[in-house]
Design a protein around this ligand. Structure first.
Ligand SMILES: O=C(O)CCC(=O)C(=O)O
Length: 340
């Protein structure tokens, strides 16, 4: 298992993301990395994040909607996605119950101070600009060989059973979406999954707890970033806070109760040779309400070479990105080193 990338330049926080704020433009960064002002006002919601109904029997229509949303926005909601509402309710329940435990109990699964990896519970509630203002629990959920149960809470007792069930359903959903995205590239259904390492690609659960913040305008729950992974499948509680950058404006992502929100990350941008967009996003905090979110990140196997899928590259469509091994890619992203 690769752990080298997982320590950040910050001593207290691990970001499973690629931050872009407070950074001068880098000539060798892909053009998709945008510089934004942190407090740029959000635009009026004349346009909203696409919503794709996955239960539509016309699979081709569904596929086209996923592809269009991934090209234009890099983020969309899916509804009727096949994960039962009861399972999502139980996922939220076990996460909420974990964060309600006394600090001493949460520390049973704490990320060790000297850990070179990201897994475990961390508390980052001393706000510094550009840092996370949240409590997080982070652990791998697939493949089985990568799972480290020492970071899975024993309390609440049903935690493991619920997360295992949720993992199975999330994998099915992720693979269906990857299939649509592959077809949108004119490739076989399995092309992107295989490009990420097939059954050896990694799935990681993060539970974010953003407590109310008396100074919501001065603090972000998560600073703007694109995900260094392939995809994130996110469920949240009813408190809005996710914002995405689209055509020069920040948009609030509306809370759609039965949906899973999908964000496209850097790896899909690269594998698709730039066809799909890695969405820049951030999370705001609320003055009075606690916000929580449960992203599952679909990540390439650390030893896979991240590069545009070779079938896509022609004389007319040259490669936009150099090949790089996944673990090196993530290391460079996390340390904000240039990546071609
Ligand atoms: O809280 C959310 O809605 C998104 C979380 C997120 O972007 C992350 O954990 O990287």
């Amino acid at each position: 298992m690769v752990k080298a990338f997982a320590t950040t330049v910050h001593t207290t926080t691990f970001h499973y993301l690629n931050q872009t704020s407070n950074r001068p433009p880098s000539p060798s960064s892909p053009s998709t990395i945008m510089e934004v002002k942190r407090y740029q006002p959000t635009s009026p919601p004349s346009e909203t994040i696409p919503i794709v109904d996955l239960s539509n029997p016309d699979e081709e229509l569904v596929s086209r909607a996923v592809v269009k949303a991934s090209q234009e926005w890099g983020v969309f909601h899916v509804v009727n996605h096949g994960i039962s509402m009861d399972l999502i309710r139980r996922l939220k329940e076990v996460g909420t119950q974990f964060f309600e435990l006394p600090e001493t109990e949460k520390k049973a699964v704490a990320k060790p101070d000297d850990s070179q990896d990201f897994e475990g519970y961390t508390r980052n509630l001393k706000y510094t600009e550009g840092e996370v203002w949240a409590d997080n629990l982070f652990h791998r959920i697939l493949p089985q060989s990568c799972i480290n149960y020492k970071y899975w809470p024993r309390n609440p007792p049903q935690y493991r059973e619920v997360i295992e069930e949720y993992t199975k359903e999330t994998k099915k959903l992720a693979e269906r979406l990857l299939g649509f995205l592959s077809e949108g590239l004119g490739l076989r259904h399995e092309a992107l999954k295989e490009g990420l390492g097939g059954e050896k690609s990694e799935y990681v659960l993060r539970i974010n707890n953003f407590p109310p913040n008396p100074q919501p305008d001065a603090t972000l729950g998560l600073p703007e970033h694109t995900d260094i992974v392939a995809l994130a499948l996110i469920v949240t509680n009813e408190v809005p806070g996710l914002q995405v950058f689209h055509e020069g404006h920040w948009f609030d992502v509306q809370y759609v109760p039965s949906s899973v929100t999908v964000t496209i990350g850097d790896q899909i941008l690269r594998l698709s040779n730039g066809k799909y967009k890695n969405v820049l996003h951030r999370v705001t905090v609320d003055k009075e309400k606690q916000r929580m979110s449960w992203p599952v990140f679909v990540d390439a196997n650390p030893d896979v070479v991240i590069r545009p899928l070779p079938e896509l590259i022609t004389g007319d469509n040259p490669s936009m990105f150099k090949s790089i091994i996944c673990k090196d890619f993530k290391y460079r992203r996390l340390y904000k080193l240039p990546v071609d």
